[in-house]
Design a protein around this ligand. Structure first.
Ligand code: AMP
Length: 517
């Protein structure tokens, strides 16, 4: 007889655990009592890492789907709007070197080879010429007006948020509205069936908690997928060198200063520093390669950066060092256990790929939830194929940020350009991109992690100059591209006049809220 999947048990209550619980419960009628039962076990003895503060615009859809109010979310998670990333000194270690990766698709993106037109203006960064959103970021504008309803955008956006507050916010929603059972207890053992499936998780106070499907959200410890099943991490250290991070929370010295509405990422000798503006503070961290610098030098660089960007030396309380093992598990779904979040893999926090992978994993699990044990193995195969592909794409996309750099002052940047550190997949694509822009043919699966526009912003932002084809084609018509550049400039002019400042908008959300539709 078929064994049915009726009860999902999630181990771990960081952002990954609670987001997964919320997405599954909302999609599977947990609150009604007739849908899937969901239990989340979270140890009161182990704290969460909670450095994931940047998100991708998919987060808007994820939060809307689970039924929270955007106003409540922004108020309770110290959240601010994010419209993309600004990369400083990645190309060259020179004053004034920067480029953007905004979230809006440039006008004309699908209709023309914008970079072919950009060649005539290549003293201007690609994104500033092609995409009005870069101008909003530079001016510190909000991506929406006071009257724009919740979840709607004038310019596409995501959030910067306090990860610990997000966990608490989601927990309340999951328990009070979505019918998720929360067990605050420490897991001390794993009980298995004869076939090797997990039967139950043994807890200190609540005994054995049985389930049909188990989700491992226990973070880097990976208690189920790693420690119990021994599914190995495939290391990416030879491609992505960063394996260490230090993070600090820095208050605003002047509370009226504008809050950056983009992640600012500044290249260093042996890594880069992230700078994320929340409502009440900045979250700043240095991620670096321990092969190329010492912990003390990395900390000194972080302190220097904070003081240079308006922080006070006295406010810098350095958190413990985080060790990153860049890599992922190709078999993130093994038997009746699926790993989501850091338990499935982790790379440096460039481009906020960690939380977007949680959203994608929770989304696919909710969508493809097997109803019998026999279906579990079939879905697992698909899932592992999809997520291996996605991890590979993340590796390629992150590496793309490094390979075109002209920085020559340190071994870190030179090593990053060594051909043997560049995946063959990326090298092949770059060969094609000499004459054609990254397109949907390079990224042809449903729900790609990063769309082809993102690849264009990085590729041309880093100064890659496409070459002319031997024969002309309609797509490469420079006059058409010029028309789109004018359109983007006009949109920038209108939006700069119409949109409130970022802090002004956040103040408005806190005092008045956003209209709900
Ligand atoms: P993070 O390290 O932020 O990904 O979060 C790890 C999550 O796993 C936290 O919610 C922890 O409470 C949870 N966790 C880790 N070890 C155990 C354990 N032995 N029993 C129950 N929960 C655990």
């Amino acid at each position: 007889m078929d064994q049915f999947i009726r009860h999902v048990v999630i181990l771990g209550g960081g952002s990954a655990g609670w987001l997964t619980a919320a997405v599954l419960a909302a999609e599977h009628d947990t609150a009604s009592g007739s849908g899937l039962r969901i239990t989340l076990i979270e140890s009161p003895e182990v704290s969460t890492i909670g450095v994931g503060e940047g998100t991708w615009p998919t987060m808007r859809d994820t939060l809307r789907r689970i039924g929270v109010s955007e106003t409540d979310f922004i108020r309770q998670c110290d959240a601010a709007f994010k419209q993309g990333s600004k990369f400083v000194n990645w190309r060259e270690d020179l004053q004034g070197d920067y480029y953007h990766h905004p979230f809006v698709l440039p006008p004309g993106f699908l209709d023309t080879h914008l970079a072919a037109g950009w060649l005539a203006h290549s003293d201007v960064p690609f994104s500033m010429l092609t995409c009005f959103q870069s101008h909003l970021c530079e001016a510190g504008k909000s991506p929406k007006q006071f009257a724009t309803p919740e979840w709607a955008a004038v310019a596409n956006y995501s959030y910067h948020l306090d990860a610990a507050k997000l966990g608490a916010f989601l927990r309340t929603h999951c328990v009070e509205k979505l019918g998720v059972r929360h067990v605050s207890d420490h897991m001390i053992g794993i009980n298995t069936h004869d076939n090797g499936d997990i039967a139950s998780l043994q807890t200190r106070e609540n005994g054995a908690i049985e389930g049909d499907l188990f989700v491992d959200c226990s973070g880097m410890r990976a208690l189920l997928i790693g420690q119990h099943y021994g599914v190995e991490i495939e290391s990416q250290k030879d491609v992505l060198f960063n394996d260490r991070a230090i993070a600090v929370q820095v208050p605003y010295v002047d509370p009226s200063v504008e809050i950056a509405c983009q992640t600012i990422s500044t290249a260093q000798e042996a890594g880069w520093i992230w700078d994320i503006g929340l409502q009440s503070r900045r979250g700043i961290g240095h991620v670096y390669s321990s092969t190329h610098t010492s912990d003390d030098d990395a900390e000194a660089a972080l302190r220097r950066y904070i003081v240079e960007t308006g922080g006070r030396e006295d406010d810098i309380h350095t958190l413990p060092r985080i060790t990153i093992k860049p890599g992922f598990r190709r078999g993130g779904w093994h038997r009746n256990c699926v790993a989501i979040g850091l338990a499935s893999g982790f790379m440096e926090p460039l481009e906020a790929s960690s939380l977007v992978m949680v959203e994608l994993a929770a989304g696919m699990l909710a969508d493809q939830m097997p109803s019998t044990r026999a279906a579990v193995d079939i879905v697992a195969k698909r899932y592992n194929d999809t997520f291996s592909y996605r991890w590979d794409r993340i590796v390629d996309f992150l590496k793309l940020h490094y390979v075109l750099s002209k920085r020559d002052g340190s071994a870190y940047w030179r090593d990053n350009r060594r051909p043997e550190t560049i995946p063959e997949r990326l090298r092949e694509r770059m060969e094609l991109w000499r004459h054609q822009p990254p397109s949907r043919y390079d990224l042809n699966r449903v729900e790609e992690v990063f769309p082809s526009a993102s690849y264009q912003f990085i590729l041309y932002g880093m100064g890659f100059k496409p070459e002319l084809r031997p024969a002309t084609r309609r797509m490469d018509d420079v006059a058409r591209a010029e028309g789109y550049f004018r359109e983007s400039a006009e949109m920038a002019r209108r939006m700069l006049a119409a949109l409130p400042g970022h802090r002004e908008m956040l103040d408005h959300v806190n005092t008045r809220g956003m209209p709900r539709i």
